[in-house]
Design a protein around this ligand. Sequence first.
Ligand code: SAH
Length: 280
Amino acid sequence: MKKNYSKKGGNRHNTSLPGHQEGDVKAKKHLGQHFLTDESVAERIADTLSYKGYPHVLEIGPGMGVLTKYLLKKDTDLHVIEIDTESVAYLNEHYPALEGKVHEKDFLRYDIGEIFKQEQFAIIGNFPYNISTQIVFKMLELRDFIPEFSGMFQKEVAQRICEKEGNKTYGILSVLVQAFYEAEYLFTVPPSVFNPPPKVDSGVLKFIRKEDFSLPVDEKLFFRVVKTAFQQRRKTLRNSLKIFDLPENIKEDAIFGLRPEQLSTARFIELTQKIQPYAI
Ligand code: SAH
């Protein structure tokens, strides 16, 4: 179900930036900071996780805590990771319940095992859009520990990840995410509910890890096949996968006459199975 939000909240305070109050964190562009100003959107994002089957939740990029506030009401052990010193100071001052659980780190570089050891956790956030795809790649690396993931991205990225084969925007992230997770696009959020407003619409999505998320193929090879195929997405697999140096008779298989966007996740697995005996 897709739903658009009408403009609400924001633009309430008549200071330098619309929605900006004395004492607020100043938005920094290089950190992808667009603060959500609509409480109902924050609450709705917080409600996208089930909070069942895992003891912890990690929020990435809490900023001034608009979403955090609603996450703290849930029955879970909440930790937040935030790169911006000024936001961390704000969180420590305004959310005493988070004591010891605000990690001033770069999510992309930090070893999350330091926080949760080997235990399961969900990830949630209104993510910094400049690194949103890298966040998803890191989540995929940590998939053994992450049964649920939800949050806000640029709409176009969110849609691309949930896209099915046969569509122009179907790509590497769609295949890789959908190999391990059920991905669902939930709803669209307009620029007007952020401060400062981003240039594009945003989209909220949710991933639920599959019951059996092991692949019947070499996983590294699967990633390599998918990435290599999409690097030249208009070519047939026969041509784009030349680098694997496959024997000619194998390439006569009809699957090699297809282009990557025509293959579902299951067929990419089948393709990897065919390549595996010849891959070094
Ligand atoms: N969740 C808040 C802020 C969203 S803006 C809200 O909805 O209002 C994105 C946030 O991610 C910012 O607070 C930014 O400082 C933080 N951020 C950016 N890069 C990060 C990184 N590598 N690791 C952790 N946090 C990061």
